[in-house]
Design a protein around this ligand. Structure first.
Ligand code: AMP
Ligand code: MG
Length: 347
């Protein structure tokens, strides 16, 4: 009996020892700080940091937002003094010199254009403008107007000079629009800054495009990311229910689709994503979610697959390394199609 009691005492002692060790070494080294939602890049952004102490976590959040603001200052086409606005004003008259960051995004954009057979194309600006003015007039663009705008669109008309880091337009009236890729780039830069600040884990969310690294606190070994259901969100934007929850570690996810942002012209919805080949809004898919290693790829490919449609788009993702897709076709079917490896990310 006595022997048994002392064995129990030893076991309790060992359990306490393990608990104290866990609390002092593991848990103490994992403080979580949540920035809450802030308005940046014309949308809501949130950063969650995990670090050894709250100071480190807060510093890394500050560094993340500083990077995001920097990208917005350089690449927004709404800000008249951004580098992109400068290119849009002067790009036909002269070769415009840009920062390393802007040049990198332009170079990567061309890579994605080539990879997607032109489905992803940042020279889409004149067609985006046409859609906006059609919305104001309440009248869809005519064939003639579309044909005229198309003459000013095409990634092969964008001339990049890596040596001098300059950009030039081959055709007058061209306009760049980085709306399909800048958020992804900003997320990657934010993650890089947080890692430099010593965060051991983080989640960076800009408008629903997300990248995470490390592990969240509370002993979970992955981050849980919700993907909105377009079927519900269709009539109730922003408050839609979740279609699925993804579990991610060291990965990025981006969702594109007509259900999220569209314009209404004469009672009809037109997606803000444009097929530059036809010159009109992409309509086959209600939503495309891409899971990839980095956010710039997830962002650009989600936009591209929205244009390419499920057959061509998912075939491309299927053969792209470490990249998966979940797409939902438009009304009325709302058919769910996934690449073969997507299942392992779903909860
Ligand atoms: P996302 O929400 O990432 O799919 O980006 C959509 C935004 O990208 C649009 O609002 C446009 O500013 C821009 N865009 C539209 N069509 C294209 C396209 N075919 N390729 C690249 N960017 C596009
Ligand atoms: Mg995108």
């Amino acid at each position: 009996m006595n022997k048994r009691r002392s064995r129990i005492v030893i076991i309790i002692f060992l359990v306490c020892l393990v608990a104290v060790f866990y609390l002092s070494v593991v848990a103490r080294g994992r403080v979580k700080v949540d920035s809450g939602y802030r308005v940046v890049m014309g949308t809501f952004a949130r950063v969650v940091a995990v670090a050894k102490n709250s100071n480190k976590a807060r510093n890394s959040i500050q560094a993340a937002f500083a990077e995001i603001e920097k990208v917005d200052e350089l690449m927004s086409d709404y800000k008249s003094d951004s580098e992109i606005s400068q290119i849009n004003r002067d790009g036909f008259k002269r070769a415009v010199e840009v920062s390393e960051s802007t040049y990198e995004v332009l170079r990567k954009s061309i890579e994605f254009s080539k990879l997607t057979g032109g489905a992803f194309d940042i020279t889409v600006g004149p067609l985006v403008d046409l859609l906006r003015s059609a919305e104001k007039k309440g009248l869809a663009a005519s064939e003639e107007e579309t044909a005229q705008a198309k003459l000013k669109v095409g990634f092969e008309k964008l001339q990049l000079d890596g040596e001098n880091r300059t950009v030039k337009f081959a055709v007058d009236g061209m306009r760049l629009d980085l709306g399909g890729i800048a958020k992804g780039y900003a997320i990657d830069k934010a993650v890089e800054a947080m890692q430099k600040c010593g965060a051991s884990g983080a989640m960076v969310d800009i408008g629903g495009d997300i990248r995470c690294f490390g592990t969240p606190p509370k002993g979970r070994d992955h981050w849980l990311i919700g993907v909105q259901d377009p079927n519900v969100a269709d009539d109730d934007i922003g408050t839609g229910q979740l279609l699925s929850t993804l579990k991610l570690t060291n990965a990025a996810v981006a969702t594109s689709g007509g259900y999220r942002r569209f314009v209404l012209i004469d009672g009809k919805k037109y997606s803000h994503i444009i097929d530059t080949n036809r010159g009109s809004s992409a309509s086959e898919l209600a939503s495309v979610t891409i899971i990839s290693k980095d956010a710039i790829s997830a962002d650009a490919l989600a936009t591209a697959v929205s244009v390419m449609g499920s057959e061509r788009g998912l075939a491309l993702i299927e053969k792209t390394l470490e990249t998966e897709a979940v797409s939902i076709s438009s009304k009325p079917e709302f058919k769910l199609i996934k690449t073969s490896g997507a299942e392992r990310y779903t909860k």
